[in-house]
Design a protein around this ligand. Structure first.
Ligand code: ZN
Length: 270
């Protein structure tokens, strides 16, 4: 692991409370973001996180009044204690997927949320999962990216829920927010904040296209013209070629991404 990450305060409106669930997929743990307009008494909590080691008690103690709990997507390391925290704070939970809402409406693309002067804009960014959303904090030039962009390395397209075509479109959409100057910094759901939003998003596009090119070369080596979605052994054989340079402990996650890439290549118009 490169630089250590423990959360902290960012800009005038954000605090990141790191959950105690470090791991292969969660990096240092889940970042629970607490956003408060200066002078306001109520906050918004984005991704309350997992049940591990009383993280919800920590959030409860550290936050005072909470007006709204938001989820970037349904994965349990983001959503597990959402209803518990919302019940303690007597507030709703909102997510894109109605199944994860509690006492609140599903989020809508381009919706502007205003809590005591704190403004957030919802941007639907499917790819990691179908229900992934990001939140722009215009006053901070920040983008809460959930798991679409991580503080280190790159993210996983969790196929079949996550789709590579959607992923490319979402990263492009985020890149244009950065290119227009609206977003300068990324506040991810795992790992450190990224102060070069544009550079990071461009790297994500280049990296994923490189991997896609490597998958195409691997398929050529294996003599496969168009991948068969029913071939259960193909993803692993491709991983063994493409991810030679990556630690084997990550091959499980790599296989998800390869499955997403094979599905993308199988459906791509020739
Ligand atoms: Zn996730």
């Amino acid at each position: 692991m490169s630089e250590p990450w423990a959360g902290g305060s960012f800009g005038e409106r954000a605090r990141c409370l790191l959950a105690p669930n470090p791991g292969l997929m969660t990096l240092d743990g889940t970042n629970s973001w607490v956003l408060t307009e200066p002078g306001a008494s109520r906050s918004v909590v984005v991704d309350p996180g997992p049940i591990e080691d009383g993280h919800v008690d920590e959030l409860d103690e550290q936050t005072g009044d909470v007006a709204l709990v938001l989820l970037t997507h349904h994965h349990y390391d983001h959503s597990e204690v959402a209803v518990d925290l919302a019940t303690r704070k007597d507030c709703p939970v909102r997510a894109l997927d109605p199944a994860y809402c509690f006492d609140g409406d599903p989020l809508a693309d381009e919706e502007v949320i205003d809590v005591d002067g704190l403004r957030l804009r919802v941007v639907t960014t499917p790819g990691h999962t179908a229900d992934s959303v990001s939140f722009v904090v215009p006053a901070e030039g920040a983008l809460l990216s959930g798991d679409m962009v991580l503080g280190r390395g790159t993210t996983v397209v969790a196929h079949p829920d996550g789709q590579l075509g959607a992923y490319f479109e979402s990263i492009e959409r985020m890149r244009s927010l950065a290119a227009s100057g609206e977003v300068a910094t990324i506040w991810p759901a795992h790992g450190p904040v990224l102060d070069d939003a544009l550079g990071t998003l461009e790297y994500y596009l280049v990296h994923r296209r490189q991997r896609l090119g490597q998958v195409e070369s691997a398929l050529a080596r294996l003599g496969v013209a168009v991948p068969d979605p029913d071939d259960d052994h193909l993803p692993r054989r491709v991983v063994e070629i493409v991810y030679q340079d990556v630690d084997e402990s990550l091959w499980g996650a790599a296989e998800w991404s390869v499955r997403a890439q094979l599905a993308y290549l199988a459906e791509r118009p020739v």
